[in-house]
Design a protein around this ligand. Sequence first.
Ligand code: HEC
Length: 119
Amino acid sequence: MISTAHTLPRTLLRLLVPILGLALSGATAAAGDAAAGKEKSASCIACHGADGNSQAPTFPKLAGQHADYIVHALQGYKSGSRKNAIMAPLAVNLSRQDMEDLAAWFASQDGLHTLEGQR
Ligand code: HEC
């Protein structure tokens, strides 16, 4: 009886630790793929530049921007919470994975100096 009381929590832990590990690694795997993002960025180049360093001040630089900021901005354009006549029709066609991939690509480029980029 006593031994069961001791082993049960251990057994549970042995089961839970890998499950938690999987959940965490799953979250990372769902993040963007920069190589796929590069492919998908063809339609962004005209305004934001090939690597996200746009040449015109009317088009924000995306290079070096935090990936989560880029995803958030794109979701805003898609949902309408952030209004822009140019970006809205572009974002409407992007899936969450497209957004993550594009964000990973632009975030990995040299441009804005964010805290992440200075590490
Ligand atoms: C026809 C020009 C044009 C194209 C093509 C374009 N954008 Fe934009 N983008 C803009 C403009 C203009 C803004 C600024 C809009 C605003 O003020 O909210 C913007 C803003 C953004 C922002 C927000 C930046 C910030 O600093 O808040 C993101 C992210 C973005 N674009 C991503 C993309 C992606 C990804 C693509 C390709 C799928 C793309 N854009 C294609 C013109 C364009």
